[in-house]
Design a protein around this ligand. Sequence first.
Ligand code: NCD
Ligand code: ZN
Length: 342
Amino acid sequence: MTELIITKPDDMHLHLRDGEMLKAVIHHTANQFSRAIVMPNLSDPVTTSEKAQNYFDQIKSFCPNFSPLMTIYFSDQLNNEELLKIRDSSIIFGIKLYPSGVTTNSERGVNSIEDCFHIFEGMEKIDIPLLIHGEVNDTDVDIFDREKVFIDRYLEKITKQFPNLRVVFEHISTKDAVEFVIDGSENLAATITPQHIMMNRNHFLSGGIKPHNYCLPVLKRSSHQKSVLAAALSGNPKFFLGTDSAPHLKNQKESACGCAGVYSAPYAMPMYAQIFDQNNALEKLEPFASFYGADFYKLPRNSAKLKLIKEKTQVYQSIKINNQEVIPYLAGCELDWQIVSN
Ligand code: NCD
Ligand code: ZN
């Protein structure tokens, strides 16, 4: 196959930032995706429906034809009145829980998950999806084990106690997460990034450290990569596309204490197409990218189309933002597929 026309996809996990960065990156996503679940971890987190509305307006002002699906940053301050406002909002689609300190801008995340169970109960009652960064923040736990420990300590309890709560286990990186999601109810789903299926920790740590392949959850050993890849290719509707594209300035990635996040948005669909193609599973790309996420979020599937062709393209070396740069994921590499802009 050398040409692929699919229903326009949705990116179910995206970091757009705000201000100049937002302005510079938004069109990369909008060129390929109709909608995206927009993460709320701005430096001033999106903790209320008012803040979500302001952020939505800002995104729309830069890109009127794109549909941002807003999320709220989980805090233990969420009360029933705020939950109802969130449920009744036409622009908000979930609440994102970050254990405090696990990732970029998560300082204001949750310290004690046990203390949040009454909020999960409220969300379950009125059917607001809970989006989870599933890693423990316990510095005693090895960074490669933090996802598994999160499942054992918290996710099992949450899904058992709130069977009707829709939960998205974000950017899964381990076989443990894949198995947990497969075994769970239909209210449990997971997003899968390009980097967790294209790479393992050798791509990050072997032959010199590669800061642009550093993200959280950190890349794992290849047996985990294979398992996450198999989940993406499986056609199981619990697994859908979420790039976790997360731009950071070059100097903040190439630093003695570099930021976590991979900027995959500019070539996201060519990357997924390449990996599905290499695994003879191109027919599974459309449901993974365009159906399962929308279905889980109870959104109508898009009617617009996206065309890809099998022609070599080279990923930009860098993207300029004022006088600074952002280095995209796989910068300078050749990909087999490209988008045909309409
Ligand atoms: C994300 C970011 O930079 O906002 N970073 C990352 O490594 N994935 C946050 C997140 O999703 O963990
Ligand atoms: Zn993320």
